[in-house]
Design a binder for this molecule. Structure first.
Ligand SMILES: Nc1ncnc2c1ncn2[C@@H]1O[C@H](COP(=O)(O)OP(=O)(O)O)[C@@H](O)[C@H]1O
Ligand SMILES: [Mg+2]
Length: 290
């Protein structure tokens, strides 16, 4: 209900031309992504559109190979769309920038010769965002937020997988990007640690209210982490549906509503035989079922 109201106020604001606070932060419009080699063209996505609003936890969900990482790379500015356009804060994206920070799954991206604090400081210094003293302060601030204040002087090899994940998140947030991009960040963790990280990410979001674009192939993770989910079909990735999922969190994992929505999503993603109009009906059910 809350989101419906927000949608209505958004369109009302658009109608009168006042789009100061309700303009999408990220606008992805008809994006087609391709990989070209000398002999072939692989179409990764086709005509993908979506909008991410400030403080959204927007999830791209779909089976492996449907172009989720490619979309994230395009938003990060590493991959140029063959069709369509991506805008951040109204400005077309053509290259990487410090306003978009990516957290990947491989936490061994933390240089092992730097301490935790130095790892978090590094992008701040390399991008000349801050001087050394301010960078150290900012690093400690975000390490505290992820519960690693006491480990500032530890080296990455002494940390568990979950702690490395938290360092990577602190390092990204310390850059205070306009949008945080996460590509299956917890996929390499064991099931319990993964759940804990999802919980911590949500707690952190409650506190910091960053804008998140999160990629996963796990329906459960999408429902827990996201407030909005874009379902992508495979080969090439196309938008199958978009659903609201703000009512779900780790507490609702076993509930009937959660299970039911998870099953509907599964059907939308994998029921190849299902005709589009039927999918639309399901999509509406899911969206307005609360
Ligand atoms: N560097 C690349 N060169 C050629 N094809 C690629 C490359 N990266 C991805 N692809 C292809 O693009 C499609 C989408 O890949 P990807 O975005 O990694 O999907 P996902 O993250 O959803 O698993 C796949 O078919 C994949 O094989
Ligand atoms: Mg991927």
């Amino acid at each position: 209900m809350h989101n419906q109201a927000a949608d209505q106020s958004r369109s009302a604001l658009h109608a009168v031309g006042d789009n100061v606070s309700h303009t999408p932060l990220l606008h992805v419009d008809g994006v087609g992504l391709q990989y070209r080699s000398a002999t072939a063209v692989a179409q990764a996505t086709h005509d993908v559109s979506f909008d991410v609003y400030p403080a959204d936890r927007f999830v791209l969900l779909g089976p492996s190979g449907c172009g989720k990482s490619s979309l994230l790379k395009a938003v990060a500015g590493f991959l140029k769309p063959a069709a369509g356009e991506i805008r951040l804060d109204g400005v077309a994206i053509h290259q990487p920038g410090p306003d978009r920070i990516v957290v990947f799954q491989e936490f061994d991206q933390l240089p092992p010769w730097k301490t935790v604090k130095q790892n978090v400081m590094f992008p701040l210094l390399a991008s000349r965002t801050l001087g050394k003293r301010e960078a150290a302060e900012r690093a400690l601030h975000y390490l505290d937020k992820v519960g690693l204040g006491k480990f500032a002087d530890a080296y990455p090899h002494t940390l568990s997988g979950g702690m490395k994940a938290r360092v990577a998140i602190a390092r990204a947030l310390a850059m205070q990007p306009k949008i945080l991009l996460m590509d299956e960040p917890f996929a390499a963790l064991d099931a319990l640690t993964r759940r804990k990280m999802q919980e911590e990410l949500l707690i952190l979001w409650e506190e910091v209210r960053f804008t998140l674009l999160f990629v996963t192939h796990s329906i459960e993770e999408a429902l827990v982490v996201g407030n909005r989910i874009l379902l992508l079909s495979p080969h090439p990735g196309r938008v199958r549906a978009e659903i609201n999922s703000h009512e779900y969190d780790l507490q609702s994992l076993g509930s009937v509503g959660f299970q039911d929505t998870a099953r509907r999503i599964h059907r939308l993603l994998f029921d190849e035989g299902q005709a589009e109009p039927a999918a639309q009906v399901n999509f509406k059910d899911v969206r307005f079922s609360y």
